[in-house]
Design a binder for this molecule. Structure first.
Ligand code: ADP
Length: 313
């Protein structure tokens, strides 16, 4: 088996409480393996510990316990190689206002010891659409441009792994598309991508695999399609030209929702009922069916199920 991109074992982080607050256990023993070449989604509600996890991987926050291997390099044994293997696009727009994009990339390249002959500033600036702004002061850049620059900075040392922390929170459609196009391109070129996002539809569309964390614990980790198939509820959307009888006798547990003129959505449990049972019941009730569609389970349902049941436990 090839070495994973990321291997975390028993990872813990406790923040010391400030001003008399109790210490905060942000990560409670995370075991997580992320394979090379994937687009991996790290999801969880606010305060779950996602940023802490990412910042530990990036070497920006010190862990309290556990092991972190980046591209096979143990952070405690080979800190330099492990840091060189990962690039992070952070959430905060923390840029030095007096640097130009080109200057910022040069400083970053210097920090990572990238030799001048191997620097690719022009190529990276073009990729993120900042070639026209290469010499503009960062303080004159719009929020969207700053984000582009943060992505550019994360790529300067050509890392194996790119981590994006909430890359599309509050950005416009154009920037979002630019980001996803670039992420897909980099992934096709072999880069492993790890991202956190609040937009579950985005995770569903982009990520091959997903881990959900909640209250500092790993709740689930699986391929996106497997997670979606764990949702038992299924919805049939039926279009009818006939009037819908007031009382329809549906199979046990099935629920009917009227969605505008002539459109019915029937949600049922796949384990209890077949689509045929649902359609037969409608026909028996006098509904003439002119069209039928099924609705896919959404990652949002998986997420709510998993984070809710834990909250209640
Ligand atoms: P997420 O990124 O999933 O929103 P975080 O990793 O930012 O979660 O936070 C996890 C928990 O740790 C939260 O309860 C947060 O308040 C706490 N926390 C994060 N950073 C610090 C810090 N520097 N000092 C103290 N507590 C922190």
């Amino acid at each position: 088996m090839t070495t994973p991109a990321i291997e975390l074992k028993g990872l813990r982080k406790t923040y010391a409480g400030s001003k008399g607050d109790a210490p905060k256990e942000a990560l409670k023993g995370i075991d997580l393996t992320i394979p090379r070449g994937s687009i991996f989604g790290l999801l969880g509600p606010n305060g779950a510990g996602k940023s802490t996890l990412i910042n530990i991987m990036a070497g920006l926050v010190t862990k309290s316990a556990g092991t972190v291997k980046i591209w096979g390099f143990d952070q405690d044994v080979n800190p330099r190689q492990s840091r060189a293997s990962i690039g992070v696009m952070p959430q905060e727009l923390n840029l030095d206002p007096y640097f130009t994009p080109r200057g910022a990339l040069d400083v970053q390249a210097g920090l990572y010891g990238v030799p001048r002959s191997e620097r690719r500033s022009d190529e990276i600036l073009a990729m993120v659409g900042l070639e026209d702004k290469a010499e503009a002061y960062a303080r004159s850049l719009s929020g969207g441009m700053r984000r582009r620059l943060l992505l550019a900075k994360a790529l300067v040392h050509n890392p194996h792994i790119l981590v994006l922390d909430e890359p599309t929170a509050g950005v416009d459609i154009e920037l979002r598309q630019m980001l996803w196009t670039n992420v897909r391109k980099l992934n096709e070129q072999g880069m492993t991508i790890i991202l956190t996002t609040h937009y579950l539809e985005e995770a569903e569309e982009m990520c091959d695999e997903i881990a959900i964390i909640n209250h500092g614990e790993l709740v689930v980790r699986d391929r996106t399609e497997n997670l979606l198939s764990t949702i038992d509820a299924k919805t049939l959307v039926v279009t009818t030209e006939s009037a819908v009888p007031a009382a329809l006798s549906l199979p046990k547990g099935a629920k009917l929702e009227k969605r505008g003129a002539g459109v019915l959505a029937i949600t049922y449990a796949r384990q209890e009922t077949s689509p045929d049972d649902v359609l037969s019941a409608l026909r028996a009730g006098g509904v003439r069916i002119s069209d039928v569609a099924t609705e896919q389970a959404r990652l949002e349902d998986v997420f709510l199920n998993l984070t809710r049941s834990r909250a209640a436990a």
